[in-house]
Design a protein around this ligand. Structure first.
Ligand SMILES: [Zn+2]
Length: 468
């Protein structure tokens, strides 16, 4: 048995070839021209591109935030991901203050149980080094246990004082420990303390509308924290990965560090590449709450440098930071106060379409770079040895992409569990044709064909020390 995908163009991160892909069971066994059919299921991929399934390394499924919970759980979120061509996600387990990392892991394990439609892995967000009755150094020791359980990256917040933020001293201790483990530190880089001052001043002046969320979180606040995170990582001798880098001021800090040979990597997210402050948040109505996420939308002038950085390799990954909230009953919590609007937007389903249309079709990215940014680099950076590449021995997570398919994005037809789309009515060219996960056909004609719960937890290797 097995599946033979014939006559397609296979896109790798560094080359494209006319080749067939042979899947036996859950694994790719051959990628070569003119493979002889035997008793295989034959799939004619003429005119299609054959790529590794997408990997979205930044999602928040079933996540508590601001008194509510993100609207996609592991079932609806990973199903929407699959429909959009993504076959692996890395979600964030979030330590609750006063509780241990092991408790957080147990909570997230139960969220995924029986629901995940594709493979998933976890980052661990550390928010407290001294949970009640728990010695400080024991929490650092817990990082070791997390790595042993396949959680090889730790997220630290420099924003949200009093809620998620940890101070520089604690962050530095985590970085030192991560260095000794070969684990990767992910940083939400914003100067939370300064931002809180600006936010309080805005509210005191009666500035409560959604666009003040964006206006109170400057690019300088993000750039300063980006610089500080990289400096602390240099002192600790570890590798840092800046999440959701949104603007050219932060990019300048990243590039300066990279030019000095420092171990600094970063991702940006789809929304910063195609949406802007001027266009989506002019300050006219509460509808703009749909675009309240953090970091916020930036002036359009930031987009070109981000695209350039994706092309030249300064930025390594495009993720979504998918953190959906319904407009009607969740975003509306902040109708009279932008600080009460749950932060986040829905995007897990549209990443591949948007990056293809606005990147590849526009001539800003090659198809090979598209594969690098959406699959190969995420797999390499985050220690997923069986993912991100179409080659013998790898998991048969395969995306058949139709570069000529026209598609209109809309909340009416999307699979994500929100009542709006950030890209409503947008027409894109290039869309998913079929998706295989572990050799199983899980998406065809935009429909998910698999069984919820089929997705597995993915054990990741700690290889941050070898990245650069
Ligand atoms: Zn996030």
């Amino acid at each position: 048995m097995g599946t033979l995908i014939q006559h397609g163009t296979v896109i790798h991160a560094d080359s494209s070839v006319q080749a067939d892909v042979l899947i036996e069971g859950e694994t790719i066994v051959a990628v070569a021209a003119n493979l002889p059919p035997a008793d295989h299921t034959l799939v004619d991929a003429t005119g299609l591109l054959v790529m590794p399934g997408g990997i979205d390394v930044h999602t928040h499924l079933d996540m508590p935030f601001g008194g509510t919970t993100s609207a996609d759980d592991y079932l609806t979120g990973t199903r929407a991901a699959a429909i959009g061509g993504t076959t692996t996600v890395i979600d964030f387990a979030l330590q609750s203050r006063g509780h241990t990392l092991a408790e957080a892991l147990a909570v997230w394990d139960s969220k995924a149980e029986g629901k995940a439609c594709i493979d998933y892995a976890l980052h661990m967000a550390i928010t407290d080094l001294s949970p009640a009755g728990h010695p400080h150094n024991e929490t650092l020791a817990e990082m070791e246990q997390m790595v042993a359980r396949g959680i090889s990256s730790f997220k630290l917040f420099m924003a949200y004082p009093g809620v998620l933020m940890i101070d520089d001293g604690l962050m530095f201790q985590v970085m030192q420990k991560a260095a000794s483990l070969g684990a990767l530190c992910l940083i939400h880089a914003e100067n939370g303390a300064a931002i809180d001052v600006v936010v309080a001043q805005a509210l005191a002046e009666g500035k409560t509308a959604p666009h003040f969320h964006a206006l109170t979180r400057s690019t300088q606040a993000e750039a300063e924290a980006t610089h500080r995170a990289i400096a602390l990582a240099e002192m600790a001798g570890t590798t840092v990965y800046i999440v959701h880098l949104s603007n050219s001021d932060s990019l300048r800090e990243l590039k300066q560090a990279q030019a000095r040979g420092l171990r600094a990597l970063a991702e940006t997210c789809t929304q910063y590449l195609v949406l802007s402050l001027e266009e989506q948040m002019p300050g006219k109505s509460f509808e703009e709450a749909k675009y309240v996420f953090t970091p916020p939308l930036r002036l359009k002038a930031n987009q070109a440098p981000l695209w350039q950085a994706l092309a030249d390799g300064s930025l390594s990954v495009v993720s979504t930071d998918h953190c959906p909230f319904r407009f009607a009953d969740q975003k509306s919590l902040g109708r009279n106060d932008f600080t009460k609007i749950p932060n986040g937007g829905p995007g897990i389903e549209n990443r591949m379409q948007l990056l293809w249309h606005f990147g590849v079709n526009a001539g800003l990215l090659t198809p090979e770079r598209f594969v690098a940014l959406t699959a190969t680099e995420p797999a390499r950076i985050f220690g997923m040895e069986t993912k991100g590449v179409l080659a013998p021995g790898k998991d048969a997570d395969v995306l058949l992409w139709d570069p000529n398919a026209a598609y209109t994005i809309s909340a009416v037809t999307q699979s994500m569990n929100t009542d709006y789309s950030m890209f409503e009515g947008w027409q894109v060219k290039g869309n998913v044709s079929r998706v295989y996960s572990h050799g199983e056909l899980v998406v065809e004609h935009g429909k998910f064909l698999g069984t919820p719960g089929r997705g597995r937890f993915l054990h990741r290797k700690a290889n941050a020390g070898e990245l650069l």
